[in-house]
Design a protein around this ligand. Structure first.
Ligand code: ADP
Ligand code: MG
Length: 612
């Protein structure tokens, strides 16, 4: 019985672009179909390890490509897991899979028309067949013994049909009825060239019109100097199903203590930033060229899920099951060796070419920050890769922690930072002054999560990381100009302020670290920092959160403070209004002002007093 189905709306959108807008690089449709065939057979091989009841159990795991110049067709057949009726609908009628999902997401971000160059960076998976064919048939039988012989047919417009088909083998046979302008793809010589270019890394025999074309080779086992850049690139694209070029690569071969061959890549584009949700692990585990697990969860730490490639170790038992693999100490050890090497290499490459690293880091910093926060074993090595702007860099320029430490003065005790939304917010605030005056560099941390990252790190190169608004920083006496209010008067003023603002401040004291500002607020040890408070608010948890408890530091050298000391005696009410305003200004700089409206009423009152 023939069934007609409508494509899901997103699929229609993708198909529309594929058919009408993508003309360059059309040949990659073949890589897509071959890679699907290879995936399906890889899944078959793993299924056969545990399932006994398999349809067509003796079918050879090969890919057969046949060309027919008279019929103008190109056929790609595999002996993979095939698809049931429900799977045909799910896999070829909706968007639930990686390649086309990225494409659809990019399409959404790029607007209706879509940006052709952006789109060129993504795969459209199976649907790319419609770049060259005006009719596609997928003959299939699932590996399940009770499956049906089916054929899926579509012209890529808006619907497809599923019919019962005559007897056939397990797997999928995809028949492309080529468009007039794509007739070249039914020529054996053209197809052979494309396979050699894009699909040389298929780990199953690939036959063109009955003749073997690929040599199954494990690139990661070959000596480095026998591999060209181009081969590395193609390998990355093929194994990672990627459409960008790799940004960094590491080819690592070790004999002791473990025999490990690893070939790893970092992408150019961060797929998570396209709103695709969390990536799956992208480094496969092999033992002597045999795939053990395509997406092992415990091999590399979770934060490294953006890394792609292959790790092969002879020391793994070949028959290791995927379940026991997850808990194997050996697997963790292999992962650990590779992670250390990769971090070391990235650190070197980052210092050798800082500009390249900055470009990469812009897109991928989230992962490294997550690593510092979650990966205790490699924390310090990951921290070396972090980059920040600072009080000594130009806007947009960055520095790493190692370089910061290198240019610290001998007597400087800690690494200082301030978390704030922008460079302006930091440089116009009161905290930086004293550090600037003493020539101490301060790192600028612009993201709310940075607070969490540095507090997980807590030390780098044995030096504490300290927020500039921490209570317990002593920079020594400031050598700032200007006569200060005498100590006794300062203390009287502090006591008076404490009395008047009792509900608003934890304590009041003269500050040494102020240069040009009348006052600032500090967070006492053990109190929630301004960033933590902002995080709570962002999570909608500010209800029941106690008001900020701050230390109020006033600057006895500042004219306003000196004036206040006098006014407090002659007109205490006006002095109190001014003091409250100074406090609110300081709270605002610290990101702690919860009720900015109260400033309006107060300034109103102050102005009335001035004008009367
Ligand atoms: P992706 O390969 O990124 O998942 P595709 O668009 O290439 O996306 O393929 C969509 C889905 O269709 C695959 O995930 C798979 O489930 C199914 N599929 C495609 N080709 C085959 C095949 N030759 N054998 C079995 N399933 C296939
Ligand atoms: Mg695919």
């Amino acid at each position: 019985m023939s069934q007609t189905h409508e494509f899901q709306a997103e699929v229609k959108q993708v198909l529309d672009i594929v058919i009408h807008s993508l003309y360059t690089d059309r040949e990659i449709f073949l890589r897509e179909l071959v890679s699907n065939a290879s995936d399906a057979m890889e899944k078959m091989r793993l299924t056969q390890l545990t399932e006994k009841d398999v349809f067509d159990a003796n079918a050879e795991l090969q890919i057969h490509i046949t060309t027919d110049e008279t019929a103008k067709t190109l056929t790609i057949a595999d002996a993979g897991i095939g698809m049931t009726r429900a799977e045909l609908v799910e896999n070829l009628g909706t968007i639930a899979h990686s390649g086309s999902k990225a494409f659809a997401a990019a399409l959404k971000n790029a607007g209706k028309q879509g940006d052709a160059t952006l789109i060129g960076q993504f795969g459209v998976g199976f649907y790319s067949a419609f770049m060259v064919a005006d009719k596609v048939q997928v003959y299939t039988h699932s590996w399940k013994n009770d499956g049906e012989h089916l054929v899926w047919t579509s012209d890529g417009q808006s619907s497809y049909t599923i019919d019962e088909a005559p007897d056939q083998k397990r797997g999928c046979k995809i028949v492309l009825h080529l468009k007039e302008d794509a007739a070249d793809f039914c020529k054996a010589s053209t197809v052979r060239q494309i396979i050699e270019k894009h699909s040389n890394f298929v780990s199953f025999p690939l036959l063109l019109n009955g003749e073997r074309v690929n040599t199954v080779e494990a690139l990661w086992l070959k000596p480095k100097d026998s591999i060209t850049d181009e081969q590395y690139k193609e390998f990355y694209k093929f194994t990672a199903h990627a459409f960008d070029d790799p940004s960094y690569r590491m080819h690592f071969q070790a004999d002791s203590p473990l025999v490990i061959n690893a070939l790893l890549f970092t992408p150019t584009h961060n797929m998570e930033s396209f709103g695709m949700g969390q990536m799956e692990p992208g480094v496969s585990l092999y033992c002597k060229k045999v795939l053990i697990d395509p997406k092992p969860k415990k091999l590399l730490p979770e934060w490294m899920r953006f890394v792609r490639g292959v790790i092969d170790s002879e020391d793994l038992p070949l028959n290791i099951s995927r379940e026991s693999m997850q808990d194997s100490a050996l697997v963790r050890k292999i992962g650990d060796v590779v992670v250390k090497r990769l971090l070391k290499q990235l650190d070197k490459e980052a210092s050798d070419d800082a500009k390249k690293w900055d470009g990469f880091y812009k897109d991928f910093s989230r992962f490294f920050k997550e690593g510092v926060a979650t990966d205790h074993t490699h924390r310090e090595a990951i921290a070396k890769l972090l980059r920040f702007e600072s009080s000594m860099t130009q806007p947009g320029e960055t520095i790493g922690l190692a370089d910061y430490v290198k240019r610290m003065a001998a007597e400087q005790k800690a690494i200082y930072y301030q978390v704030a939304p922008s460079r302006d917010a930091i440089e116009s605030g009161p905290y930086l002054e004293a550090f600037k005056a003493k020539g101490i560099e301060v790192l600028y941390l612009f993201e709310t999560i940075d607070e969490y990252v540095v507090s997980s790190l807590s030390k780098f190169d044995d030096k504490d990381l300290k927020a500039v608004n921490a209570d317990d920083i002593d920079l020594g006496d400031s050598d700032a100009d200007g006569e200060a209010l005498p100590e006794a008067e300062t203390n009287t003023l502090c006591d008076w302020i404490k009395e008047r603002l009792n509900a608003l401040v934890d304590s009041v004291r003269p500050g040494k670290r102020l240069v040009g500002s009348p006052a600032l607020v500090l967070t006492p040890e053990g109190e929630m920092t301004p960033q933590m408070r902002q995080m709570m608010k962002a999570l909608g948890k500010e209800n029941g959160m106690p008001g900020p408890k701050v230390i109020f530091e006033i600057n006895p050298r500042h004219a306003l403070v000196k004036g206040l000391a006098k006014l407090q005696k002659s007109d205490p009410d006006t002095a109190a209004l001014i003091t409250e305003q100074i406090l609110d200004n300081a709270l605002l700089s610290a990101g702690l002002l919860d009720e900015p409206q109260r400033i309006i009423q107060r300034t109103q009152k102050l102005m009335e007093k001035l004008a009367s």
